[in-house]
Design a binder for this molecule. Structure first.
Ligand code: NAP
Ligand code: G4F
Length: 345
């Protein structure tokens, strides 16, 4: 049988790295997009090639439908994973227009590129949808967690843009009979996570504090809760969604929610520091056993509208995809801190 071809947008991202490795191990020929006027000698290009020599790099911006269409015509992928996006919620408040162009309309660009290349009946499409679409407000918080049929109420330009991506994917499935699905993924983290996201910011800071390279970390809202899993587990779920007989959308989550505060405490425990909390609101600090301030609040990291609580119910993915997360919350914190301790030495 011919080798299957997978096309991943945003190959430099966290999930793309895990997914490319998984698909390579499964025998796929893997193509991934990088944006910018890069040549093969460029450090960004080289970094991907050094880490994932099996990835065929395609230079294409998600805003550039001609580049995407050309890529589809030339590669004729069996599976497309649309992972490229502005993915940082805080940043999306600072640049909402670009977020809309990229995180919303970029999805349409990829879907149209597939159609323009005449591949809508053969190429399967995965859209990286998100738990941010639910919004976490009190009035719509199912006790056992959000499911595929929960109501949406996005709370950021990012969440709103992703909702467009979710609906246009469903619309192409219904209009053109495309195998086009959304994975509604709750937060997933790990050693590839960007340092602008809170878990990696904490694990890197904790490692630097242990090694004497940093004194403390500044954070925003400590009391938001997230359903945090390991990214390596979640890419398996993405792949499984595209192997089904009929296309449908699935939630991937752990079914457990923990606060930023809990993540911080556990991460410090990994290096032998017990954090205790003093003060309130912007004046709250986390101190170690010797009274040294290790955590301070910086309101710069607050968001204009916060998602206070996210909990997912992965029952359907477990039953229909046979998907199961392997890494639990303490395991995730440990894995990240241990990785960063080694990397920072
Ligand atoms: P990520 O690390 O931020 O990766 C996103 C990638 O998109 C980056 O490599 C980025 O490239 C690329 N990108 C940005 N602008 C682009 C453009 N104009 N053209 C082409 N590519 C562009 O995100 P991730 O955590 O791996 O997440 C993957 C996807 O899943 C995203 O769509 C995210 O919104 C969604 N998602 C993530 C989570 C999560 O918890 N991780 C949960 C639900 C959904 P540069 O490196 O050049 O900036
Ligand atoms: O790590 P975060 O930036 O992730 P967030 O906003 O939950 O978004 C991530 O998960 C989504 C899935 O639910 C994805 F769709 C999205 O692409 C992204 O991957 O922030 C998590 C929480 C927030 O409540 C934030 O206010 O941590 C809080 N937080 C507190 N201090 C902070 C900080 N977040 C960041 N980034 N930096 C801080 O210093």
């Amino acid at each position: 049988m011919a080798q299957k071809r997978a096309f991943i947008t945003g190959i430099a991202g966290q999930d793309a790295g895990h997914l490319a490795q998984l698909l390579h191990e499964k025998g796929y020929e893997v193509f991934g997009t990088l944006r910018g006027q890069l040549e093969a000698s460029h450090p960004r290009y080289q970094a991907i090639k050094n880490e994932m020599p099996y990835v065929n790099i395609v230079l294409a911006d998600l805003l550039d439908i001609s580049a995407l269409t050309r890529a589809m015509q030339e590669i004729k992928p069996d599976e497309v994973y649309n992972l490229g996006a502005i993915s940082h919620v805080g940043y999306s408040f600072r640049d909402p227009l670009l977020t809309a162009d990229l995180t919303a309309k970029g999805v349409l660009n990829v879907l149209e590129a597939i159609r323009l290349a005449g591949l809508e009946k053969t190429t399967r499409f995965y859209q990286a949808s998100t738990s941010e679409m639910y919004g976490g407000l009190d009035y719509n918080r199912p006790e056992k967690g959000y499911t595929e049929s929960s109501a949406f109420h996005p709370r950021s330009p990012y969440g709103v843009a992703k909702l467009y991506g979710y609906w246009i994917t469903k619309n192409y499935r219904e209009s053109y009979d495309m195998f086009a699905v959304s994975g509604i993924l709750f937060n997933h983290e790990g050693e590839r996570r960007g340092p602008e996201f809170v878990t990696r910011k904490i694990s890197q800071a904790v490692a630097a504090i242990k090694l004497g390279k940093q004194d403390k970390i500044e954070l925003g809202n400590l009391d938001a809760k997230r359903d945090w899993g390991y990214a390596g587990d979640y890419v398996e779920g993405m792949w499984r969604m595209l192997q089904q007989d009929t296309p449908d959308d699935y939630v991937l989550a752990t079914g457990e929610a923990h606060s930023i505060r809990e993540f911080t405490e556990l991460a410090f425990k990994e290096i032998g520091i017990d954090i205790s909390w003093q003060g309130e609101a912007e004046n709250e600090v986390g101190v170690d056993q010797d009274g040294v301030v290790r955590v301070a609040i910086n309101p710069e990291f607050y968001r204009p509208a916060e998602v206070d609580f996210l909990l997912g119910d992965p029952t359907r993915a477990e039953n229909e995809l046979g998907w199961q997360r392997k890494v639990d919350f303490p395991g995730l914190v440990k894995l990240m801190v241990e990785h960063d301790l080694t990397a920072k030495q």
